[in-house]
Write a protein that binds this ligand. Structure first.
Ligand SMILES: [Zn+2]
Length: 112
């Protein structure tokens, strides 16, 4: 048994409110606050994880142009310069990954 923090009435150990004066008991009130703090900490941890993932993804998006779109553009420039035909696969890849308009223009371009 414990005593009410406000009026001093003897109350049950797990009582949330004093049956005599109705005041909330501190020991019980602290638990939800701790849970809220724990939840906030969880949210912060999740936010941290997503921020790290965002950093990795942004690095990935930065690498795509270096490893994929820039070489494709250079390749197309060389092909045009040397009057070499560009494959349909290359055109479709350009359309999908580099530039929609450039890809459509390449596909519409009648080469012989
Ligand atoms: Zn009380």
């Amino acid at each position: 048994m414990k005593y009410c923090s406000k009026c001093g009435e003897q109350i049950e150990d797990n009582a949330k409110f004093c049956p005599n004066c109705g005041s909330a008991q501190e020991g019980v009130v602290e638990v939800p606050q701790n849970q809220q703090q724990a939840k906030a900490a969880d949210m912060k941890t999740i936010a941290k994880v997503f921020m790290v993932l965002g950093c990795i993804l942004s690095a990935f998006y930065f690498l795509i142009p270096l490893c994929w779109t820039v070489p494709m553009t250079v390749c197309y420039f060389q092909n045009v310069k040397q009057h070499r035909p560009v494959s349909v696969t290359f055109k479709v890849c350009t359309l999908l990954f580099v530039s929609l308009i450039a890809g459509i223009l390449m596909l519409c371009d009648k080469e012989d």
